[in-house]
Design a protein around this ligand. Structure first.
Ligand code: NDP
Length: 328
């Protein structure tokens, strides 16, 4: 039988953690034949809550779950980690400037990057969920010089999934009929969900919609502002859907994307599509042999170009800020 995979989850006692851990333990993160050991990281005040979640995990008697350890020290939590899900982050407080937010997150993601560098397994794969996810991933990556840079990724899969459903509803088709949708750029309000290269039943999706006003005034803002709409409706931020997207991202990374389709993930740029090398930006990606590859050769029209550039510019500014703060 397969050796267990060590999965480290930070912010494990939070909302997303609560929605995520049970699905990891049931085999949905890696596959139904892969046993897992969970390593939960929390801040000291939240360790007790994490212990409560661990009791519930025990009570599920998951056949694939071979152990749960809880830590308040990043160095220990990442020892031997094969997968790192970096969920815990400093949320934006009232009146907090972007610089303050990045500074606070530097205090979390720098030591976690160092811990990954020092103790994670050679095949470590990192997904950053905690916001601002792309730049938090950049901070962690820059403190893990011995880990291949491409092992640090950030999540735009929730945006991707949100866009799939909005398009499916508009065209009254099934999710299965839609292929090759792309989220470009930052996981923020500037992100660009691209229908011009997407297909619906093999036909061009933007043409199938045939409604530029809907695309500009409805589709793009609905996808980009979905998080706020959920907070407004639910009284709490999206958690189960964020956990679901994290599962999708890692599952595809490890097991490969389906033939004839691609997905979206924020991965280090190699300069493709004019995105400055090294920025962790969302691209159309396929996964093969456990590695993400950027889909090449897509046509980018003027409308898309302007939106991709705006989101990438925001990432450049975030990177410049964390550089000035000495965090990367
Ligand atoms: P959640 O579990 O709801 O969210 C965690 C992070 O995920 C937030 O930064 C949130 O950003 C982000 N996120 C990314 N995408 C989404 C999305 N689509 N919807 C919602 N959130 C998204 O937060 P909780 O406050 O419930 O829990 C956070 C936990 O992390 C706490 O238990 C805290 O103790 C812990 N923590 C642990 C740390 C550590 O392990 N070292 C460090 C810091 C905190 P946003 O708020 O911008 O939506």
């Amino acid at each position: 039988s397969k050796a267990p995979v060590n999965v480290t989850v930070t912010g494990a006692a939070g909302q997303i953690g609560y929605a995520l851990l049970f699905r990891i333990a049931s085999g949905q993160l890696l596959g139904a034949d892969t046993p897992v050991k969970l390593r939960l990281l929390e801040i000291p005040q939240a360790v007790k809550a994490a212990e409560g979640t661990a009791m519930e995990l025990d009570d599920c008697a998951f056949p694939l779950l071979q152990g749960i350890d809880i830590f308040d020290d990043a160095g220990k939590a990442f020892e031997g980690a094969n997968v790192g899900l970096l969920v815990g982050a400093r949320p934006r407080g009232k009146g907090m400037e972007r610089g303050d937010l990045l500074q606070a997150n530097g205090g979390i993601f720098k030591p976690q990057g160092e811990a990954i560098n020092a103790g994670a397994a050679d095949d470590i794969r990192v997904l950053v969920v905690g916001n601002p996810a792309n730049t938090n991933a950049l901070i962690a990556q820059s403190h893990a010089p011995d880990v291949p840079a491409e092992r640090f990724t950030a999540m735009t899969r929730l945006d991707h999934n949100r866009a799939l459903t909005q398009l499916a509803k508009k065209l009254d088709v099934s999710i299965n009929d839609i292929k090759k949708l792309t989220i470009w750029g930052n996981h923020s309000a500037t992100q660009y969900p691209d229908l011009f290269n997407a297909e619906v039943d093999g036909a061009n999706a933007a043409k199938a919609v045939g409604d530029q006003a809907w695309l500009e005034n409805d589709f793009i803002p609905t996808v980009a502002k979905r998080g706020a709409a959920i907070i407004e409706a639910r009284g709490a931020s999206s958690a189960a859907s964020a956990a679901n997207a994290a599962i999708d991202h890692v599952y595809d990374w490890v097991n490969g994307t389906p033939e004839g389709d691609w997905t979206s993930a924020a991965i280090p740029s190699d300069g493709s599509y004019g995105v400055p090398e090294g920025l962790i930006s969302s691209f159309p990606v396929v996964s093969k042999n456990g590695e993400w590859e950027i889909v090449q050769g897509l046509e980018i029209d003027e409308f898309s170009r302007a939106r991709i550039d705006a989101s990438v510019q925001e990432l450049v500014e975030e990177r410049d800020t964390v550089k000035q703060l000495g965090l990367v």
